[in-house]
Design a protein around this ligand. Sequence first.
Ligand code: DGJ
Length: 644
Amino acid sequence: MPAYQVQLENGTRITDLSYESYEIVKGKPKLEGLPSLTAAAEEAETLYITLVDKMIHLKVILSYSIFEKEDVIVRSVKFVNEGSSKLRLQRALSLSMDFDHYDYELLSLSGSWARERHLVRRPLVHGTQSIESRRGASGHSENTFIALLDKKATENSGEVYGFSLVYSGNFLAGVEVDQYSTTRVVMGINPFDFSWLLLPQEEFVTPEVVMVYSNQGLGGMSRTYHRIYRKYLMKSKYKNSERPILINNWEATYFNFNEDKIKEIAKQASELGIEMMVLDDGWFGKRDNDNCSLGDWYVHKDKLPNGLKGLTDAVNSYGLKFGLWFEPEMISPDSDLYRAHPDWCLHVPDRHRSTGRNQLILDYSREDVREAVIDMLSKVLESANISYIKWDMNRNMTEIGSALLDSERQQETAHRYILGVYQVMDIMTDRFPDILFESCSGGGGRFDPGILYYMPQAWTSDDTDGVERLKIQYGTSIVYPVCAMTAHVSAAPNHQTGRSASMSFRHSVAMAGNFGYELDVTKFDEDEKGMIKEQVAYYKSIRNLVQYGDLYRLLSPFDSDYTSFLYVSEDKKDAVLFLYRVMYIPNGPLYRIRLDGLNADLKYRLDDSDQVITGAQLMNYGINEPKELTWGDFNGKIIRLRAE
Ligand code: DGJ
């Protein structure tokens, strides 16, 4: 599998280049227009290896940024046309890495809407195995991540090589085992429907691949990704801050709300200790359903007669911050914006414009479109005291063409779109640094390091069912830090699955992430509100540990009905254990859970009980299954462990 293919003006194509030189440079490689891990990392040392083709004057510079203390290498590639003829990149992958055998298993995070990032592990076989997205976004069905695992590697032992692409559009991650039984991993922008015209003296830079090595199994790899993504990738000022407990009105009201309803939810939420009210879809244009108004970013006066300012001031007066939903990359055919600018969407001339959720995609490869969006969003954000944005994106691409690009550049549209998205996100997050941005894409359809660079948290999935969330959150945590993974308690029966689980189970699952609510608190009785109040207070007491502690995944929901996570402070003196049992088996075998990640030499008190147990015992013998898990289905239990 070649990583590059370049077409000359005469139509011939080249995939082999010869080595010219190398140099080692300290500092930050600059990736113009792309999110970057290395851009923020002072300590990375970068090795540049230059390949050239002297006949066509093409230079290819391979950049390896080495984070020695972290077992991390970040790789990207720059193509430079130093000649006087046009070149066309047909394949411009970020990584090509060879292994001398194929005794590995391949791990990917695969799924769908409402079932994102499930673990799929399979042995390598001869031939090519790949995952990809051709939908214009990194997508629900695959994530921009793969790992090669030693066949015996487990959660906490064995060698693992992780590859994570800092990109949010069409991507390819391929593994080929060849006739000599060697293995090649390639990763980067998907060559499907891609080419890039490189005029004389122009450059093209690929996104970064973040490679992590671990000899402590998958858990070791994940903890490295969590650390470096928090430390170097996220540019938000909130990257190390405890994230607010918010309540979002989507599942509470859908489009059917008005100012009084939102105020009532916010008022009651404030009495329960919730910290932010987020107004979701439906506050703008004439949006009473999903048929219209995307692009018309001005207030729906029938619903909010006092404007956003009136609502925000009221919410703030209850002691809550206020957050707002946008879907800035979209345009509804039934909108003032579309009536004024019918060529502003991605489309192919004279062809039917397919809609998804009744909407089209704005052509972010166009500067005029980007400027108009930035202008509209800025006006809204300046009009009221808005502390948070949920940036949604709810459909994938079809008819991928741009009205302003030449015919020979049409295959650049999807990549230019993503570069445009990055530019708008960059400008908006720089212009409004105090706003906490959360990304979303029909739930977790664009949960990737590219977006995380701009927005330090993402809506993990539209599926808020606790049982499903165990798998989704477990899978997401393979690469992404817990502070980035938002998790809300929603109503029973669950709106996605129809399943009814206890309030306490739903809380215990959501509390293992960046916690919040997605329900109508005004419908609860005093007992239920009392419970929510207690749970909110409890989460505040463990929030730092959950969002910023080291995560040890103890039991996988993909292996049995049990799941367990342990979050441990850096000094190992404080920890919080989450245990879940989905289905109860009558008279089943006894269960014992070992707690990796503690300090064997310390003694830990379990909650406020009189049980004090040594780290060695907790790590080697473990604890017996707590009684709360031994009766009934859908049970969860949280235990705090503090060193004495
Ligand atoms: C999809 C998101 O994932 C939901 O949380 C909600 O914001 C809807 N879009 C609103 O249209």
